[in-house]
Write a protein that binds this ligand. Structure first.
Ligand SMILES: Cc1ncc(COP(=O)(O)O)c(C=O)c1O
Length: 374
């Protein structure tokens, strides 16, 4: 059994991907080539955003987003205690003050109450993270932060996820409303790290926005601040989305919705089966989640992980420490206790999940967990 599958394609589709790679090589269209532009258009369409700018990584997407806002060093960026290091690093590398909000204990997402308590006169940005593919309720978050602060959505794990917050049918498997609530965010950032729901054959990222001014700024910033040849107007990065990666993504993106549905199906199976084991806490998710990771929480996390690994079930921790404990951020933050985030880090365990995963394999995982607790 695998933990994930970074290239879940049959021979026919693989041939198509290979051919499009070769076509790009033949055209020698390597830097900001035609396929970058084509992919940006495609991605903005599919994510229902007006503009998209490809860049080198999901981490860069966050850095570029922050850079576009002309923040000052005393400006505060609120981030959740539980996320991948990139969310924290982006604010640190942009020389802003990191302020942590704790997470909600059922969903693992940033706690809106905690955000409310952490807002100060210096707060300029909040970065909600759509952890494991589940959208933060940005409509509600916008009501809390008001219109004079920026919301940058970290959607690295949530390609084409939708929110079901106002939906009465949210217990059913299928979402009926499909609201992509990032319209309430100013900027959304995505990663194409290979294991993501839409992954490249290397690194990649993209930024979407409906704000034309922010789009223009980010468009220049990702290419060394170049507004025309040899005119470098802004302190930009060399963070272009590679044309070969855009070429691959243009083929792979055709299957992301299907793959998301597959992940949803396997996750629902896990939800149903595991809900009967009293030692297991499920992560509360809505049907619109892209189900990037399937994460449970348990008390004897390391023991169960060892048992599963011994039985050839690969598992991982997302993430083994909360961001307030990250060594890389130590000098940038004030000591703070984040009870839910810290507990989450101690108890979380990610189970195998990928498109076309056989229910037989998911069932094996469930059976072993049941056996461990029996
Ligand atoms: C929540 C989150 N934010 C940011 C990133 C950074 O993306 P990348 O690895 O493409 O830099 C990741 C990916 O690993 C992530 O999971």
């Amino acid at each position: 059994m695998k933990f994930t599958d970074v290239n879940p394609f049959n021979k026919k589709i693989q041939k198509r991907i290979n051919k499009s790679i070769l076509d790009t090589v033949k055209k020698k269209d390597f830097i900001l080539g035609n396929n970058v532009n084509k992919f940006e258009k495609k991605f903005s369409n599919l994510s229902k955003s007006k503009y998209a700018v490809g860049c080198a990584t999901g981490t860069d997407a966050l850095i570029l987003a922050l850079k576009s806002l002309n923040l000052k060093p005393n400006h505060e960026v609120i981030i959740p205690g539980m996320s991948y290091i990139s969310t924290g690093l982006s604010a640190a590398l942009n020389n802003n003050k990191i302020v942590f909000a704790d997470i909600d204990n059922d969903t693992g997402l940033i706690s809106l109450n905690s955000v409310k308590n952490k807002i100060s006169k210096n707060t300029k940005v909040v970065i909600p993270v759509n952890l494991y593919g589940q959208k933060v309720d940005i409509k509600k978050l916008r009501r809390i932060v008001g219109s004079n602060k920026y919301i940058i959505e970290d959607s690295a794990q949530a390609h084409f996820a939708f929110s079901c917050f106002d939906c009465k049918k949210s217990i059913s498997n299928k979402c009926c409303k499909k609201e992509m609530n990032h319209n309430y965010a100013d900027i959304s950032c995505y990663s194409f790290y290979p294991s993501k729901n839409l992954g490249a054959y290397g690194d990649g990222g993209i930024i979407t926005t409906n704000n034309r001014n922010l789009f223009n700024k980010i468009y220049f910033l990702r290419n060394l601040g170049t507004i025309k040849k040899n005119v470098h107007q802004y302190e930009g990065l060399n963070s272009r989305l590679d044309t070969l990666q855009a070429t691959i993504l243009l083929e792979k993106v055709k299957f992301t919705h299907l793959h998301n549905d597959y992940r949803r199906m396997v996750s629902s199976f896990y939800d149903k089966q595991l809900s009967t084991i009293k030692e297991v806490k499920l992560t509360l998710s809505k049907p619109g989640s892209s189900r990037h990771l399937y994460v449970i929480r348990i008390k004897k996390r390391n023991k169960l992980a060892k048992f599963l690994l011994k039985n050839k079930v690969p598992v991982q921790y997302h993430y083994p420490y909360s961001l307030n404990k990250a060594p890389a951020l130590k000098n940038k933050i004030k000591k703070v206790k984040l009870l839910n985030s810290e507990n989450w880090a101690k108890e979380c365990l990610s189970l195998p999940l990928y498109p076309y995963m056989k229910l037989k394999d998911a069932n094996k995982v469930v059976r072993l967990i049941r056996k461990f607790y029996s």
